[in-house]
Each structure stands twice: as structure tokens, then as C-alpha cells.
Design a protein around this ligand. Sequence first.
Ligand SMILES: C[S@@+](CC[C@H](N)C(=O)[O-])C[C@H]1O[C@@H](n2cnc3c(N)ncnc32)[C@H](O)[C@@H]1O
Length: 325
Amino acid sequence: MGTPPAVAAQTIADAVAEAWHGHHGSGRCEIAVGTVAGLALLWPEPGTETELAARLTSMDGPQLIQVLERIWALRWLGDPYLVDTAHPIRTWLEQDLPEQAIVGVRAVAAAAMRHGLLQLTRGADPYGRAEADVLGPLITAFRPRSAYTERGQIHTPQDLAEVLARLAFLDLPAPGASFDDPAAGSGGLMRAAAQVLRDAGRDPADHLWSMGDIDPLSAACCATNAMIWGLGPSVLIFHGNTLAQGDGPRLATQRRAEVLAHHANVVGAARIMAATLRAERLLLQPLTAPGAPAASSPGHTCPPVRRPPGRGQRRRPSRRERADG
Ligand SMILES: C[S@@+](CC[C@H](N)C(=O)[O-])C[C@H]1O[C@@H](n2cnc3c(N)ncnc32)[C@H](O)[C@@H]1O
């Protein structure tokens, strides 16, 4: 029997925290959390994860940072709102990092690879990727002691969360029902709810999910987890004090609309640019370039030019020939 996913997630968290503290020192834990979160968004095909882990481990710091930038950029195409909401754990990628932090990023990635992060987050099926919460134990491992005493940042253990979800769903909720955790941590209760729904043949993407937390890293991890766990298009995340504000979901709805409108503009402009480039290429393509296949050959995009029979073989008479009559 393999290691239970929750145990594997805890092992990764402990190894990553040790690697970060050993190579970077304390502080800037958003870099370590963001490195693991980015790599957890790779979802390699089963069977390819060992080779991919070896490639990632062999990269130097700048290469690794470039890979992380590309992962977030790619996910932005499909999930712009969630990637936007995860900004506290990814904006460091846009900054000039001190050498020590880059060394730390490599050490964190190597530790995560060594302890099987890609095995936990592989594959196209979100059920497999949601068998554990990789980011929850990680943010807990980086917390100062005051986080426990002042904010109660202790997540519900995974098996307990699953029991709670099974009890709550003795009567299955109808598609379209919404779930809200205004003090969500990394979203562990939602993960359990999503898995219990899947076990009952339901798709979590048919529901609405709302998560909030006073801690920006926790809210960013909720957003990342919503992608990893495949919670679907109707997710709201808010960062703030639920008790003082009370309007987190309204603000999140507003923000999501803004981000989706921006995404539609950018993707629309990119589509127009791609279509223009394609049209330009067609226009510039010569009818018959020297050495190119004949215009009528298969695969040529221009229609062949047809001449009347016999024409083109006849030479136009010269002026003298015409004058001679
Ligand atoms: C005990 S954890 C529970 C997390 C999650 N619901 C679970 O069961 O695993 C409590 C979470 O509430 C957050 N929190 C504490 N006070 C809050 C507040 N006033 N508004 C929003 N979140 C708060 C903490 O940052 C922490 O992540």
C-alpha cells in the first residue's frame, strides 16, 4: 500500500520548509509557497512525472523561474480570475530576487520533487489531484507561533473534513447549490466536499464555491487549490476580515467580473492579431515561388492560373517584323 496522500502532503510541506530555511533563512515564505503552488499546477500525464521531476531538479535558478512564470501564464488563459487572486504567491516572480532567494527556490523545488509533489498533482482528472491538500500543510509549516494563538490557523485534518462532508451530504445538495467557508484556510473543507460530491457521481463544477480568509497567503492558496481540485468556473475568493467586512463575496464577484472582462479583451485582441498574421502570410505567399511546387500541386493554397490553349507559346512579332509586313 502506498503512502496516504495526506501523509505525503505533510512530508512535502516539512521537507520544503526545511529546504527554504536551510538555503534562504527566514522570511519571504510566499516565495517557497508560490514555488510549490506553481509546480502543483503542472499536472503531468501519469507515467511522465519522474522524468519531469528530474528535468525540473536539474534546472538552474533562472530557468526554474522562467518555467514558473510560464505555468502561471498558461493557467491564466483558462482560469484568469483564480490566477489573478493568487497574486500574493506569484508576484515575486516579477521582482529582482536576491541570489539567496533564487538558491532557495531551487532547493524548494528539489525537495518538492524528491518527495513526490508531481505524483500527488498529476493527471487530467481532478479527483486524483484532490486526494490531498498540498498547500494547507505548507502554509501551516511556515506559520509563526502567533498564527495559532491569535488567528486559530489550524486546519481541520483531512479525514475529519471528509467525515463532516459525508454527514453534511447525507441528502445530496441539488446542482447549483452554493458552499461558503468565510474562514477557509487553504480550502480543506471544500476539498472534502468536492470529493464526496464526486463519489456520489456529481461534478463540483455544477456548484458555487466561496472561500475567504484574513490571511493573504491562505486566500491565494484557496485560489490555487480551486484550480488543482477542479472546482469549476463559479468560484469566489476573498481576502479580508470576514467578521469586520461581511461583504467579501460581493467584492469578489465585482473583482471576478473585472478580471473576466480584461481577459476577454486580451484574448480577443490576441485572436485578431493571430488572424491578421495568418491573412498577411497568405497574401505574401507567391503564386509560384522559384523551386516551389507547381501552383496546382496538392497543399498549395493559391488556385492555379489557367491560360487559353496555345497562348503563351506564341511570340509577339518584333517592331521590324511588323513594319516589314
Ligand atoms: C481554524 S482555521 C480553519 C480553516 C478551514 N476552515 C479548515 O477547517 O480547515 C481558521 C482560519 O480562519 C482564518 N481567520 C481567522 N480570523 C478570521 C477573520 N476574522 N476573517 C477571515 N478569516 C479569519 C485564519 O487565518 C485561518 O486560516
